[in-house]
Structure formats: C-alpha cells, structure tokens
Write a protein that binds this ligand. Structure first.
Ligand code: ADP
Ligand code: MG
Length: 468
C-alpha cells in the first residue's frame, strides 16, 4: 500500500511537470505538507490562509490533476490551515501534542473549490501548538562519541517515558545540541505515544508566564497546566538561577509530576553541580535521575554533521571543503551550521559555484563573530538597522507609516524565527497578541502582493539567517 509520503511525493513529481517555473514550484508546492490519506481523500496542510487563497486561485487545477493521476478518478483533496492555539488561548501557557485537527470548520470562500470535483470545499483549521520544534529529531541528530550516552539515554526515555531515567538533565556548552536532543525526545514520544501530553517550554518563557500568573492571581492555573503534562521539558534551566519564587514553583511541579511517574527533562548550560543560585532541594532532585553531558564534537563527527546539514539544505559539500571547515570550527555546532548557511546564500542567490575562497570567507565570517541566538531582541535590532529606525521607535507608540511597516516586519520575523508566543512578542513590543497576529497577516499579504516589499524582507531574512 502506498504511504501518505509516497502519494505526496508522486503528486509533487506530477505537479513539477505542470508548473513550468521552478521558483513557483518551490514557493507554492514545497511548503505544502501531506497530513492524512483517508481512502481517497488526501488532506494537505498549507502554511496560511493567504497561501491557501493563492493556491486556489492559481494552482488548484494542477493539484487536482496530480491527485487524480496518483490516486485515481475518485480522488479528492482537502486543505488544512494552521491555527495557532495562541490565538484562542490569549497567552495562557503553551500546550503541546494532542493536535485536535479537523474538529472545527471555518467559513471560506473557496473560489474555485465548488466547481472542482476533486476539491472538498472549505478549509479545516489544523490546530497546532507551538513548543515542539518538529525538525529536531533523532533521525537528524548525528551520533558521535561526544553525544553517544546522551543519545542512547534519550532514546530509552522516549521509548518508556517516566520509567527509565527521571529526571534527565542534559548539559553542555552553547550550540552543542541540547535543544535539539530535548526536542527530539519530545517528538519521538509524540510519535510513539500519541496520547501523551508533551509540554516543551524554554525556561525564560516559563519564568515570564509564572510572573504574569502571579501578577494576575492565576498562579494556581499556571501550576495546574504544568502539572497535567505527561512529559515536561524545560530548556535552559540555568535561567532560573536566583529566581527563587520560580524555583519554588518548579519544585512543586517537579514533585507532583515525579510522583505520578511523569517524565521530566531539563537542559542547562552548566552541570547541576555547578548551577549557582539554585535551591538545594531542587538541585538534589535534578540528581535523582540521569545527568549527561554533550561535549564538543570530534573531527569525524564535525564532518558528518556538515555533510548531513549540507544535504538538508539542498547542496553537496565536497569533502575537502567539509575538512577545511571542520579543521577551523571546533567548539560549536551552531557555527558549523552557520558556515553552511553563509555558503548557501551565496550558492543559491548569487549563482556562484562554491570554491575554497568562499569556504574560507564563510569560516572567517562565522568564526569572527559569535553567532547570536535568534531572540526578539536580536531580530528587532537587525530590523531596526535594516530600515534605519531605532529600536525605541519600533517598540514605541508612533503610527507613522514607515514605522508601522518596519514594526510589523519585526513582529513577523520574531514570530518566524523565535519560539516566543504571540503574547511574548506582543509584550516585547508593548502591545497585545492580537496586534502581532495582525502584523503577521499583513506582512504575509503584502509579501504576496508587492515584490519590492518581499525582496526587502527576504534580504533582511537572509541577514538574520546568516547570523543565527
Ligand atoms: P544548544 O541548545 O546546546 O545551544 P542546539 O540544540 O540549538 O544547541 O544546536 C545548535 C545547532 O546544532 C542546531 O541547529 C542543531 O540542530 C545542531 N546540532 C547540534 N548537535 C547536533 C548533532 N549531533 N547532529 C546534528 N545537528 C546537531
Ligand atoms: Mg538551546
């Protein structure tokens, strides 16, 4: 029997022959994700309402033809569009897992749909919850001596959460894969045990949410939320250093979950024994389970990671180039990846063939500056520089047109490149989450309509990606 992936791959092959423009294929078909195949109905997840409208208007015929060719004359397809739980939650804590797809219907014009026998009219909102980053998996976590123990423990936990090592604490320097492996556990648990509620939260978001909850007198429901997880993953727990009240809250959440046999996973920049400013009771609990360290990768692992990442980014890296990079960048996997991003921008956009000079340039550019984490702060700064507008103005009240534009772009990019929730971003800009939703939609729309606007935003994205 054909799997969902097989069906969609075949559809894409047909579509590629029908769309005579490679760019258009990349833009409008590659981002579509197949979600479900139910007898003869193929469900496709498209990134946004705007995207859906565009596809319906310009490409529905090609999609229908492909689906018909691959699944037969009675085949139909339907669309889902993502609906971020945030928009309904008003900034309550992020829940992960249990995507209740398809339970809601949304009115939609579906301009061509009714006339097309292969399209089921209307779109189904695909309710998703941010938290788990789907592309951080075990499959693309390259194994080496530096992470062998961590990876095998992580896999064991994913198979039997709550029973093997509890809690698991992963520590190691910046850019060595802590976030990746923590999310890989979450993703794997979601795959193997779809009924389990996995909650992943960066420590700084937990902290912000806790402060908000205390302010608004809802600390109780905050704790209830985290107490209801089957798997709780808190990334960068060192952020709780000297945050006594938050630590106290976590201590209680920890006890509740641990007693119920729920899995706890923490990551930290430093080992639990070196965590300063932490409650001794909490630290002792961290040591109940397994503590593993991610170390800097050795030379062979660096080569393997480079080759794997290059492949993921769609190009082949000659061995001698991988060797040059691996010789020169040793301590940080994010930087290894940074060189590939740098090269990729050149190869794809400048249509240049890679030569060793470019590799050297990339290594120099990346190792000369510490790749910053993509935070709202960083992105807003970059946006400000790009548009020559000060960050104070971007966060300020002025409604001048060019300011509003740049502010909306900054919000859109924060949404795109950080894991901050809509409310977090809203707060960063001194606004509420609905303003952020509005900004994201209008930037999306404007990018579809105005090429020069799109080029400017794409340039900015390139700059941001190269440094992140
Ligand atoms: P940390 O949280 O420790 O700062 P991250 O998990 O963000 O580091 O990793 C930085 C980058 O390096 C990510 O893009 C991640 O996918 C990549 N990375 C880290 N370790 C590996 C690995 N073993 N295999 C593949 N990619 C890795
Ligand atoms: Mg991290």
């Amino acid at each position: 029997m054909k799997t969902l992936e097989d069906v969609w791959t075949s559809c894409l092959q047909t579509i590629e022959t029908l769309v005579n423009n490679a760019q258009s294929f990349e833009t409008w078909f590659k981002p579509i994700k197949p979600v479900k195949l139910d007898s003869n109905v193929l469900t496709l997840l498209v990134p946004s309402k705007f995207f859906y409208d565009w596809i319906e208007e310009h490409h529905a015929d090609k999609l229908s033809r492909a689906v018909k060719e691959v699944l037969g004359n009675n085949a139909k397809f339907e669309y889902q569009i993502p609906v971020e739980k945030d928009t309904e939650r008003n900034g309550k804590p992020i829940v992960n897992g249990s995507a209740d797809n398809g339970s809601l219907t949304m009115p939609n014009a579906n301009r061509n749909g009714f006339g097309n026998p292969h399209v089921i009219p209307g779109v189904i909102p695909h309710v998703y919850e941010s938290g788990l980053i789907p592309w951080y998996t075990f499959a693309n976590f390259v194994e080496g001596d530096c992470n062998l123990l961590a990876k095998s423990a992580a896999i064991a936990i994913a198979k039997n959460p709550g029973t093997t090592y509890n809690p698991m604490v992963v520590h190691g320097g910046v850019g060595l894969g802590k976030t990746h492996i923590a999310h890989a556990i979450g993703n794997e648990i979601q795959k193997l045990h779809p009924d389990k509620k996995v909650v992943v939260v960066p420590a700084n978001r937990y902290l912000d949410q806790f402060i908000d909850a205390v302010k608004s007198g809802t600390a109780h429901s905050f704790s209830n939320f985290y107490n209801s997880a089957d798997v709780l993953i808190i990334d960068d727990i060192h952020v709780f250093s000297n945050k006594d009240k938050t630590q106290e809250n976590l201590f209680h959440v920890f006890n509740v979950l641990h007693q119920k046999g729920k899995q706890l996973i923490f990551t930290s920049d430093v080992s639990p024994s070196n965590l300063q400013g932490m409650d001794a009771r909490l630290l002792s609990r961290f040591k109940w389970g397994l503590t593993v360290e991610l170390q800097a990768p050795d030379y062979e692992t660096r080569i393997a990671i480079l080759e794997r990442k290059a492949q993921e980014k769609g190009f082949i890296l000659k061995r001698e180039f991988a060797e040059y990079i691996a010789h020169n960048i040793k301590e940080n996997i994010r930087e290894l990846e940074g060189t590939l991003n740098y090269i990729r921008v050149n190869v794809n956009d400048l249509k240049r063939i890679i030569d060793i000079a470019q590799i050297k340039e990339a290594v120099k550019a990346i190792s000369n500056h510490q790749a910053p984490e993509l935070t709202c702060d960083y992105i807003t700064n970059a946006t400000g520089q790009h548009y020559r507008i000060s960050v104070d103005f971007l966060k300020g009240k002025s409604r001048k047109r060019e300011l509003v534009n740049a502010r909306q772009v900054a919000m859109y990019l924060c949404r795109k490149f950080t894991s901050s929730s809509l409310s977090d971003i809203g707060r960063f800009f001194n606004r509420d989450h609905s303003t952020v939703i509005h900004a994201c939609t209008s930037v999306d729309d404007q990018m579809g309509l105005d090429t020069s606007f799109k080029t400017a935003v794409d340039d900015l994205i390139k700059k941001i990606k190269m440094s992140g």
